[in-house]
Design a protein around this ligand. Sequence first.
Ligand SMILES: NC(=O)c1ccc[n+]([C@@H]2O[C@H](COP(=O)([O-])OP(=O)(O)OC[C@H]3O[C@@H](n4cnc5c(N)ncnc54)[C@H](OP(=O)(O)O)[C@@H]3O)[C@@H](O)[C@H]2O)c1
Length: 253
Amino acid sequence: MTGQMTNKVAIVTGGSSGIGKATAFAFVNEGAKVVIAGRTEETGEQVIRTIKETGGEAMWVKTDVTQASQVEAMVSETVDKYGRLDYAFNNAGSGGKGGWIAELQEEDWNATIDGFLKSVWLCMKYEIPAMLETGTGAIVNNSSVDGQRGFPCDPVYSAAKHGVIGLTKSSAMQYAEKNIRINAVCPGWIQTPPVEQILEHNPDAIKGMLQHQPIRRLGKPEEVAQAVMWLCSDKASLVIGTAMAVDGGYLVV
Ligand SMILES: NC(=O)c1ccc[n+]([C@@H]2O[C@H](COP(=O)([O-])OP(=O)(O)OC[C@H]3O[C@@H](n4cnc5c(N)ncnc54)[C@H](OP(=O)(O)O)[C@@H]3O)[C@@H](O)[C@H]2O)c1
């Protein structure tokens, strides 16, 4: 453990899998106490057990980030247990489906926008007041390379991820003077369970993925986690409202 975040408290939504799980471990490694939020108790509790076995401090809060009352409870349980909130990685996302825009149904739109965009707003809505209580904080929202380019396989996902960047920039401007820094990360293709699932069904899909990712390999969740650590740390004290590509060169054109 480096101890740079000792006595600090972080929330990681979707901390039971993939990028969120790697980020939860990275926070623990920096000495922070971590609250992991997600919908599936079993996987969440498993991560908490592993963190505790390595001497870290963590708590699981069952939360659906599309539900305001549950997000509010996630933040209040964090403050009740640990007394403060310093960092948040608003990473959880799911829902909806891709396909031709003219064939999508209203419920597909709503599920994707709720799952990937409204959820980020709800998290910030309740996290920011908790941070204002201590007068400082850093939030990182998880967008995607698809938040900065068109993604014809899943246009509504791309719209939601563009929305995350707009929300990040605008709220960053609102709270900069209040000492709360808000930024986003934009991962490229990262080796997480949903990507592994795609490759299990269609091993050839790797070619299409790496064709656009100049580093010619999938990213590791830990590599995104390190960008989040830096954005949350005091080393990024002047960094506000950025959408940082963590993408093996995907967005370099
Ligand atoms: N992997 C990539 O290549 C990639 C690239 C760019 C951006 N991203 C973004 O990175 C984020 C994480 O993706 P990942 O690949 O790490 O996926 P993942 O391994 O499937 O993890 C998703 C996590 O989010 C949680 N979650 C999903 N919906 C939720 C909800 N409504 N409420 C609370 N928790 C919820 C899941 O737990 P439960 O299901 O138990 O709730 C899980 O812990 C997503 O926002 C994704 O868009 C991923």
